[in-house]
Design a protein around this ligand. Structure first.
Ligand SMILES: Nc1ncnc2c1ncn2[C@@H]1O[C@H](COP(=O)(O)OP(=O)(O)O)[C@@H](O)[C@H]1O
Ligand SMILES: Cc1ncc(COP(=O)(O)O)c(N)n1
Length: 263
């Protein structure tokens, strides 16, 4: 049986991040991908030119359509735009018997805001507590907890600050630090350091979405959180290495790198 994975996220018209990255990742990793669109962005390699959120009833209806008939073995969340959508999605996740990977998307690579400042408190108190794994990057850690990470050793402090909000596991992504691309996965008792060589490639649009969807795909296949995160890190590292130029700015990671490598 092919496991079903649902992404609840925003659309990226440029195809590199958001729903589009999530569904490509799911195809590449052999699961059936499904989507609940929360917002539509007009976006390309240069930035986000516009964003429109969907009404909360439209988000709830999409979710119910998928979960009530088809069923899900894992859910991933990305751009949720507003406090109202964050709270509605948190409530839907709480009523779903499947692991949830929460990527608390705050700001795009170009610095465009994808989450209202007024939604941060709902992310802390409603969304993070229902996450099986939360995957903030360093900017999101700073926004949510006030902890600023400038070195690998400080990843531990960041992880503790996010875990205090109640996710079972946290993966702090150190992709924005200099040196190796090091992430820290912990549940407060076990620690797993995931280290990969930094690829000197500016075409990294979609890294966070791709990693979170790959984790959800692994969980849907029945892997443990550390196994799913380890496999997801290998997949995103290959996708960054194969990232390619598109448009005049930051191109996407290559979701199909394993097909192209013939592996
Ligand atoms: N240049 C790079 N080379 C290799 N891995 C990278 C690079 N940039 C980011 N990563 C990895 O990609 C994943 C996503 O991290 P990050 O870019 O920090 O997230 P986000 O897209 O949410 O900002 C992490 O596993 C990170 O270590
Ligand atoms: C609709 C949407 N969702 C998420 C991101 C973040 O992208 P990244 O994975 O590069 O942090 C984005 N740029 N657009």
């Amino acid at each position: 049986m092919i496991p079903n994975v649902l992404t609840v996220a925003g659309s990226d018209s440029g195809g590199g991040a958001g729903i589009q990255a999530d569904l490509k990742t799911m195809l590449a990793l052999g699961v059936h991908g499904m989507s609940v669109v929360t917002a539509v962005t007009a976006q390309n390699s240069l930035g986000v030119q516009g964003a429109w959120e969907l009404p909360v009833e439209a988000v709830r209806a999409q979710y119910r359509s998928v979960v009530d008939d088809i069923g899900v073995q894992a859910v991933k969340t990305g751009m949720l735009a507003s406090a109202e959508l964050v709270e509605a999605v948190a409530e839907l996740l709480a009523g779903t018997d499947a692991p949830a990977v929460v990527d608390p998307v705050g700001v795009s690579k170009h610095g465009d805001s994808l989450l209202a400042a007024s939604a941060l408190d709902s992310v802390r108190t409603r969304l993070l507590p229902v996450a099986t794994v939360a995957t903030p990057n360093l900017d999101e850690v700073a926004q949510l907890t006030g902890v600023r990470v400038e070195s690998e050793e400080e990843l531990r402090r960041a992880a503790a600050a996010v875990l205090a909000y109640g996710p079972r596991w946290v993966l702090i992504k150190g992709g924005h630090l200099p040196g190796d691309a090091v992430d820290l996965l912990t549940d407060g008792s076990e620690e797993h350091w995931l280290r990969a060589p930094r690829h000197d490639n500016r075409h990294t649009h979609g890294t966070g979405c791709t990693l979170a969807s790959a984790i959800a795909s692994g969980l849907a296949k029945g892997r443990s959180v550390p196994e799913a995160v380890t496999a997801a890190k290998q997949y995103v590292t290959g996708a960054v290495a194969a990232g390619f130029a598109l448009g005049g700015g930051i191109g996407p990671v290559d979701h199909g790198w394993r097909f192209r490598a013939g592996a």
